[in-house]
Every structure is written in structure tokens, then in C-alpha cells.
Write a protein that binds this ligand. Sequence first.
Ligand code: F6P
Length: 483
Amino acid sequence: TASKTSEDHDYDFVVVSNRLPVDRVTAPDGTPGWTRSPGGLVTALEPVMREKDGAWVGWAGQPDVALDPFDNEGIRIVPVPLTVEEIANYYEGFSNDTLWPLYHDVIAAPSYHREWWESYVAVNQRFADATAAISAQGATVWVQDYQLQLVPKMLREQRPDLTIGFFNHIPFPPYGIYSQLPWRAQIIEGLLGADVIGFQRVADASNFSRAVRRLTTNVTRNPVIEVVTEGQATRRVIAKAFPISIDASSYEELARQPHIQARAQEIREGLGNPKTIMLGVDRLDYTKGIGHRLKAFGELLTEGRVSVEDVTLVQVASPSRERVKAYMDLRDEIELTVGRINGDFATMSHTAISYHHHGYPRDEMVALYLAADVMLVTALRDGMNLVAKEYCAARFDNDGVLIISEFAGASDELKRALRINPHDIDGLKESILQAIQMPKQERATRMRSLRKRVLEYDVSRWSSTFLTTLAQSRAAQDDYADS
Ligand code: F6P
């Protein structure tokens, strides 16, 4: 590529994701700068990359910017440009208006457009080419998420010497839903170019294996898939669950800092010192069940079972995919609901819902976690939900109650949380009341167990488990091919 420089041709470890860890932004006066990218993927992979001397291939978040590779806080960044049209077709279109709703149980209706698919193929090819150009002989490449499902196969075609891992950060849907996709077979073939395909939950891995059985002639013997390609030796691909996590101790360290604890106190006071602060933190996305949470809280207020003097809900909804129609509609709906509830119940001194349509820096998030007595994770479908894990990691005081939806991947691990079905509004209301009234002793027992899990199974364990499986699979592959 044009941006290739002499030192950029030989990385032994390469991560490939749609977004880079940093987003390029332009200030009102036209000066370019960088901010941290949104979402769980970056939260999880950033600490992994800091430990390794690798390169990160991805898009800088703005149209038509061709940038040379550079170093950012110890990570080598290799930008892949996207045009305005590709952002509309590959990113907003196929990734976020076809695959995203399809993979999240069709909570919103997916749109199928052939020109979006064509753009998805072209952009995946560009990512594969950029990666092939900078990877050393025999390097390990780790491709991330649903935006790049064709990259493993495209990369293998050019560079059979590479060891290729893929991790899907979002759910993989049941075959009855997946089969709607007009390009269902191509996506499966694309993924099968990897040596190891990782999923968040056991259920996602089995949904994938079933799709492989239905759409290909390959043999699946969980977790192994034997991929038969005409004229080539049979390859073994491993498809299994590797639940992602966070850099848990760094959250605890932040939470232990006196200025963050002081900030938590200040937040409580700013809200009028209610007895209970409840917190929701999400990208403003229809999969997160924000409306269900507001409905439950609104009903509790209407029925007089909680009052605004006693309970405040803080909702952080960070802006996301704002040019996709379903997201615009969601924002209108949520903000109308927040406005109505506040209009009906707020007093001069107490608000019902403190609503924030921005992202916050990590310090402020940790202060919020410490200030929150109850954390509400009510996703209708979520690959993992790292916010749930962040909350537990921050609560070194063994206090606070986590309410978590059974439809979030994190609920598989966080067994001592209050587990809810967000569609069951009455059940959700009961759990909220249970959380508000929970005795301190029980809160401590539960939080201790949650924290144990989160601190033990942190992100470095996740990446080392995945990468060890990947290295072993490649070694076994070579033996298998020789035999
Ligand atoms: O983890 C899911 C994910 O879609 C990531 O791939 C993505 O980077 C993040 O959420 C935020 O979404 P976006 O990159 O579309 O802003």
C-alpha cells in the first residue's frame, strides 16, 4: 500500500479490527486529534496489545483519510482508509443494519441490500491486503468481530503461512435466524479460513457449528471442524467459547484512589443524596434494553413503590452509529421516555432520571460505579457486556448489587448477580426492589463471589487462553498435515 514504510513489513503479531483503538477527530477549528474509540472491543484488546510488540490494523473512524502507520502509546497503528460510500454501505449498512440486528435476535429488522454486501466484500479484501502486507512470515494474525468475517479466508488465500485466529465479540444467532442471510454460506466460508474461531458463549459456538453442518459438507466434532477443500489437505478448525473480559485490576486500582472516591461522594451529593442510586451505562443501542429498564422504573414510581427522594436512576447512553435509522429512532424514543418520567416525577430538588448522552473518561466511570448502589444491565441480547464486569471490578468495598439480563453473555459467569429477563417487566421491578432492599451482608457475599470471578478471569487470561489454543492448533495442524 502507499502508506507502507520499510519498518512496516514484518510484524509477528497483528490484530485486525474495524476500528482502531483511537478515533480521529477534527476540532471545530479544523485541527485533527485523536480520542479513544467506543465499545467493549477496544476496552478488551488495548491492554493485550500493550503487552505485545504487535501492530493493530483498522479504520480511523473518519472518511477518506489516508494516514501513515504511527505509534500511539506503545501500540503500532496501521490505518485502513474507508470512503464516504464505504462507510455508508460496509459499516453503517451491512455491518450495522444487516449483521448487527440479525446477530442480535432480530430485535430490529435487518435490511438486506446487495450493494451493501458488495461493499462488505471489497472492504474485507482491503483489510486482508493491508494485513498480508505487514505480517512477517509465519506471523499470528487475530481478526476481530462481525465487520471482518471474510478476512480469515481472504488472508489464508494470500498467506497460507499465517496462523489466523478470529474472535466474534457479538452473539452468533441460532440457525433459524442466521439462515435469513442471503450470503450465509459465504460468511461461514470466510470464517472457516481461520485456525481458531472464538465466541463469547458456548451457545454461540454451537449455533455456529450447526450453521457449518447445515451449509457445508464439513464434518463437525465439537470443538473441531474438519474443513475439506478440493485438491487440498483437510484442515482442522477449532470453534469454541472464550468469554472475553476486562483488565480487572486496573479498575480496582482506580477505584482505590482517594480522588475517585471523593468524586463518587460528590456525584451522590450532586444528585441530592438519595438513599439509592441506580446506574445504567450503555452505548445507545436497541440491544441494551434501555427502554425496558425505564419502563420498569417508571412503573415503580407511578405505583408509589419507590420515590424520587429515595431513588435516582443515572443513565449514561453514549452516542453510537448516529446515522443509522434504527439508532435515530431509538434515541427519540428513549429521550421522550426520560422526558416524560422526569416531567411526571421530578421535584425541584430531585430528578428521577439523570440522563447523559455522552461517553465519559474511565476515571469518571469508576467514580460512577462506586457511587451506584444498583447496576442495571438489562440487555435484550449482548455478546458479553463488559460494563457488568467493570462494575464488579471497581467494587473493592464488596458493596453494590448487580442486576443482569440472562441474555447478556456475562450472565453465564456472574452467577451471584440478580438474574432477570428484561421482557418480564414485573420480574424486573421485583428484582429492582430486591436490590434496593438487600441487606448489607447479602450484598457483600454476592459481590465477593462476583469479584472473585472477574478478577480471576481477566482479559489477559482471555487472550492467553485464546492465543495458546491458536498456537497449539497450528502445531497440531502441521502434524496432521504431515501424517
Ligand atoms: O463489540 C461490538 C462492537 O460492535 C465493536 O466491534 C465495536 O467497535 C463497538 O461495538 C462499538 O461500535 P462501533 O465501532 O460501531 O462504534
